[in-house]
Design a protein around this ligand. Structure first.
Ligand code: G3I
Length: 357
């Protein structure tokens, strides 16, 4: 199949033709004729009203080829790190939104949507919480700084960031219950309610999401997620969507039907569902890892769409930029575009499923 390469070749040509700096790389004419296999991924997603997202850093946008590829293949962006509390308010009361501003400005300028990632992430090994917040033990003070942060972030991008990962990974890393993070320790489970209430107050039109990892393949975790969302919704917490991160770090995917069933269970609660951080590490124990990876992406995409997903977002623009290389201590090559930003079999697998609707 050469269409995908043709599409990317068009991107490369645009980058090259627009001069050395490439800063004015114009988007090449779309190769999409709306027939299967000739659309860009973004155009296939638009045709079925499914968002196609990608996690980025603002520094990546300085590469005209990346910028052109994002414009051509995606309809939403997520700040991989630059909109996390730990990155923005490193020092109390001092907010650095420069990276997030660049990303949101790029999205608005190019007609893309933005997923705001993430307002509260309390896990001990995560980087979502500034160290100075982790030290707070007084409930009133923690609520005050939480309110100020959420008002600052959500208020700043009101009307320009369409949806927010309000609370990331609230479930315990292992076992039942909630993650024993400082928010839970100081404020109890209602920290989740408070975060959603502050976000809703700061932008009443934004979609508010809960984002979780691991429920796709772990039935106990899936049950815990469904129970939490049920409790929250019963308390009137405005949870509009649930993000399933979709990090398949060992390259193995859910049993056939398992992901679709979870998407349908969550949709049954009255929320939207998205795969928000999709990546599938190449396996090292198979003869043709890229084809096995493509089939994994095909299954995941098909089941998510069959279940009624509103979005497929990928955790990086290309294999050279994946967090998994650090986590796995090997080239994970988990994304749709390779280290030269060329489409892989996984790209064609995902695009063809989306194009078939
Ligand atoms: O910004 C600092 C920089 O100032 C410092 O010099 C440098 C070296 O210490 O660290 C930089 O922070 C790093 C940050 O990424 C920004 O690059 C952190 O150390 C590093 O831990 C952090 O990793 C990110 C991780 O979340 C933790 O925030 C990964 O890039 C990112 O892919 C990963 O993404 C998470 C999602 O947000 C939530 N779901 C799971 C997913 C994978 O862990």
């Amino acid at each position: 199949m050469t269409t995908a390469v043709t599409a990317t070749a068009l991107v490369v040509a645009a980058c090259t033709d627009d001069g050395a700096d490439g800063t004015s790389a114009s988007l090449p004419p779309s190769p999409c004729t709306s027939a299967v296999g000739t659309c860009s991924l973004a155009e296939a997603g638009r045709a079925i009203d499914v968002r196609i997202g990608v996690a980025l850093s603002s520094s990546q946008l300085a590469d005209p080829m990346i910028a052109a590829l994002v414009r051509q293949e995606f309809t939403q962006i997520t700040a991989e790190n630059e909109l996390k509390w730990s990155e923005v308010e490193r020092t109390e009361g001092v907010f650095d939104f420069a990276g997030a501003d660049a990303l949101v400005d790029f999205a608005v300028a190019n007609g893309l949507e933005t997923r705001g990632h993430t307002l509260l992430w309390g896990q001990r090994q995560g980087n979502g919480m500034p160290p100075w917040v982790r030290e707070i033990t007084d409930p009133a003070r923690l609520e005050a700084v939480l309110q100020r942060w959420i008002q600052a972030a959500v208020g700043r991008y009101r009307g320009r960031v369409q949806r927010w990962d309000v609370v990331n990974e609230p479930l315990a890393i292992a076992g039942p219950g909630l993650d024993q993070n400082p928010f839970l320790a100081v404020l109890g489970e209602r920290y989740v309610d408070r975060a959603f209430a502050e976000a809703a107050a700061a932008d009443p039109d934004a979609e508010l999401w809960l984002n979780e990892v691991g429920a796709e393949t772990n039935r106990e975790r899936a049950d815990a997620l469904v129970e939490l969302v049920t409790r929250l919704r019963a308390r009137g917490v405005p949870v509009h969507g649930v993000g399933l991160q979709g990090h398949f770090v060992n390259g193995e995917v859910p049993a056939v039907g398992q992901l679709r069933a979870l998407v349908e269970r969550l949709r049954g609660l009255g929320v939207e569902v998205a795969l928000t951080e999709l990546d599938v590490a190449v396996r090292t124990d198979v003869a043709d890892p890229l084809q096995v990876q493509a089939e994994a992406f095909r299954q995941i995409t098909a089941e998510c769409l069959e279940g009624g997903c509103a979005e497929l977002s990928f955790w990086g623009i290309g294999d050279a930029f994946s967090w998994l290389d650090t986590m796995l201590r090997r080239p994970a090559d988990p994304l749709l575009f390779d280290r030269s930003l060329q489409p892989k079999p996984a790209y064609e697998a995902v695009r063809n499923v989306v194009a078939q609707g």
